[in-house]
Design a binder for this molecule. Structure first.
Ligand code: SKM
Length: 284
């Protein structure tokens, strides 16, 4: 009897929904020989953790804030897209070899598809320019968005995000702009994506942008999922925009991780909507 062991590494990880989510995935797939736990890991213990992981301590791990970039140097191989955005959130061990992936990218692309958001030829705004913004930018670039606006407090990070988008697809028009400049373009926007943590519990009264940005033809996508309806999303809804929160992306990145670890065609066989409902119940 060979129990497969998986874990989420981060600091903090106490409030993560991943253990519950992964257990729900195993239950759905009738996998009864897998376990998933959180490992709270300060930076100085990352290296020694990986020494044990490599020789069989775990079969695979997810990586969350603040280690997604730092783990890269501890791996044998890294998927090219993960390398480009300098973020790994999923590591697979085969024998003593560790390979890094980024399933946040795949999860975001999945959620856009599920909500019928076409990337090709459309106009997007990305709010924020941190790690998850880079994943979002890479997906929009690969899907051949027509135009991407980037609004971020520090222009240096916004420029870095612009470079990443253009490295994936140099045919895209990318503009770093102020909130005011974006507001003047609001009629053009097909989709506005919040990648900042503004509005996340406990700061639920905050939004990264004024509600004047939204229109009826726009979809507001918030990577935040707690609360399920942030101020950003309720503002968008009040302007007649469609809204999507980050739960579906969270579920999808987990399912893609399980597929990497266990092989087979898991993404196609899982009921993602049922998993989203499981999480909604847990959040309430
Ligand atoms: O990339 C994911 C990670 O796999 C799990 C997670 C969580 O449990 O909060 C968040 C994201 O960083």
């Amino acid at each position: 009897y060979n129990l497969k062991r998986f874990a989420l590494l981060g600091e903090p990880v106490g409030h993560s929904l991943s253990p519950l989510l992964h257990k729900a995935i195993y239950r759905q797939l009738e996998i009864d020989d897998a376990s998933y736990r959180t490992v709270e890991l300060p930076e100085e213990r990352l290296k020694s953790f990986f020494t044990g992981f490599r020789v069989g301590g775990f079969d695979g791990v997810n990586v969350t804030i603040p280690h997604k970039s730092r783990v890269i140097q501890l791996l044998d191989e890294v998927d090219s897209k993960a390398k480009l955005i300098d973020a790994v959130n999923c590591v697979n061990r085969v024998g003593n070899k560790l390979t890094g992936y980024n399933t946040d990218l795949l999860g975001f692309a999945y959620s856009l598809r599920q909500n019928n958001v076409h990337i090709d030829g459309n106009v997007f705004a990305i709010l924020g320019a941190g790690g998850s913004a880079q994943a979002v930018g890479a997906v929009l670039a690969e899907g051949a968005a027509k135009q991407v606006y980037i609004v971020n407090r520090t222009p240096e990070r916004a420029e870095r995000l612009k470079e990443i988008i253009l490295a994936v697809n140099d045919a895209i028009s990318v503009t770093v702009c102020s909130e005011q400049e974006l507001a003047e373009r609001s009629a053009e926007l097909d989709c506005v994506i919040n990648t900042t943590s503004l509005g996340m519990a406990p700061n639920t009264k905050m939004s990264p942008i004024s509600e004047s940005i939204f229109s009826e033809n726009c979809l507001a996508f918030d990577l935040v999922y707690s609360p399920m309806k942030t101020k950003f999303l309720s503002d968008a809804e009040s302007q007649g925009a469609a809204i999507v929160n980050g739960l579906q992306m969270l579920v999808a990145q987990a399912v893609y991780s399980v597929e990497i670890w266990m092989g087979g065609n898991i993404v196609a066989h899982v009921d993602m909507n049922a998993l989203v409902r499981d999480l909604e119940k847990a959040i309430k």
